[in-house]
Design a protein around this ligand. Structure first.
Ligand SMILES: N[C@@H](CCC(=O)N[C@@H](CSC=O)C(=O)NCC(=O)O)C(=O)O
Length: 286
């Protein structure tokens, strides 16, 4: 696999390395991702977390702003930080809005003809990047979990629920919990999906939780802030997800933290970063 190393920095006793490669899932476009590898990775394969960032972010936002590296180093866990969309697909309208197209891939495979050649972030994260990370880096892919922020929180929860068993646990910082019912999700699904009303629920955690296999336990953690303007504007809808969790009889398997006064920013994420890594460490190191 022609992985090109773009940069490397020593951090918290381990390394943060940026790689690039030409992605098949993204129609051959070059993509970049960062990997935090704790010191333990030099001697043996370590568990791995995928961090999916939100709208307008890149592969650099998480490592630079989340404060996730120190707790990951403490628990001996690697973190992979992919980009949030393909870049440079040259599709008309791709750069027109900050909440659709570039920087807004929504972690699904587009089914509409216009976008489906490149906008396949689901396949990219679940299959292609995971395969590359497993074959090229010192990680134990049997011990993989996923988390993310906002659009990336939607990605983490929905991919966890769509692929039972592939991820040991999932968590979201202010995740978009019910994309078919909020403006961000409706706009994305209308653009990327050829039949949003029938396909949308298949990418929506608030619906997916009901069909998760009954013989498997769910391990999900969500935190959101009451001072988050996107929560106040109805973009996140954690209450709808909580109701779906109750209806599915999964109350004991999903933790939802309502954090008084916190907003949508990386100050909120960094406040709860260590708690989320600790949550995942329980499942990754069980
Ligand atoms: N440009 C927008 C704000 C965009 C924004 O807040 N993006 C969030 C993710 S929102 C959901 O996915 C983010 O993580 N931004 C990066 C950061 O460093 O904060 C606007 O004008 O409102």
């Amino acid at each position: 696999m022609p992985l090109k190393q773009e940069s490397q920095n020593k951090a918290f006793g381990g390394t943060l390395t940026k790689y690039s490669f030409a992605s098949k899932s993204l129609g051959g476009l070059e993509t970049k991702f960062n990997v935090f590898m704790p010191a333990e990775g030099e001697k043996s394969k370590v568990p791995v977390l995928y961090y999916l960032a939100g709208l307008t972010c890149t592969e650099d936002t998480g490592p630079q702003k989340s404060h996730l590296l120190a707790p990951a180093a403490q628990h001996g866990i690697a973190i992979v930080f992919p980009d949030t969309s393909p870049r440079g697909a040259k599709i008309e309208g791709e750069d027109a809005d900050w909440d659709f197209g570039t920087g807004a891939g929504f972690y699904l495979n587009a089914s509409s003809e216009k976008w489906s050649g490149h906008y396949n972030m689901e396949k990219f994260v679940v299959e292609e990047l995971r395969g590359i990370v497993q074959s090229e880096l010192s990680v134990d892919s049997e011990r993989t979990s996923i988390f993310g922020h906002s659009m990336g929180g939607h990605g983490a929860l929905s991919l966890y629920l769509k692929y039972p068993g592939q991820y040991k646990s999932a968590s979201g910082f202010a995740p978009i919990c019910n994309p078919t019912e909020c403006q961000w999700g409706q706009k994305a699904f209308k653009g990327y999906l050829s039949d949003p009303s029938s396909e949308g629920p298949k990418h929506d955690s608030t619906y997916l939780i009901a069909s998760y296999p009954k013989d498997k336990k769910v391990a999900i953690k969500v935190d959101y802030g009451t001072g988050d303007k996107f929560y106040q504007d109805g973009q996140l809808l954690p209450e709808n997800f909580e109701k779906a969790v109750r209806d599915a009889g999964r109350q004991g398997e999903v933790e939802v933290g309502r954090r008084e006064g916190y907003d949508h920013s990386y100050f909120f994420i960094s406040t709860f970063a260590a708690e989320h890594v600790e949550f995942h460490a329980k499942y990754l190191k069980a």
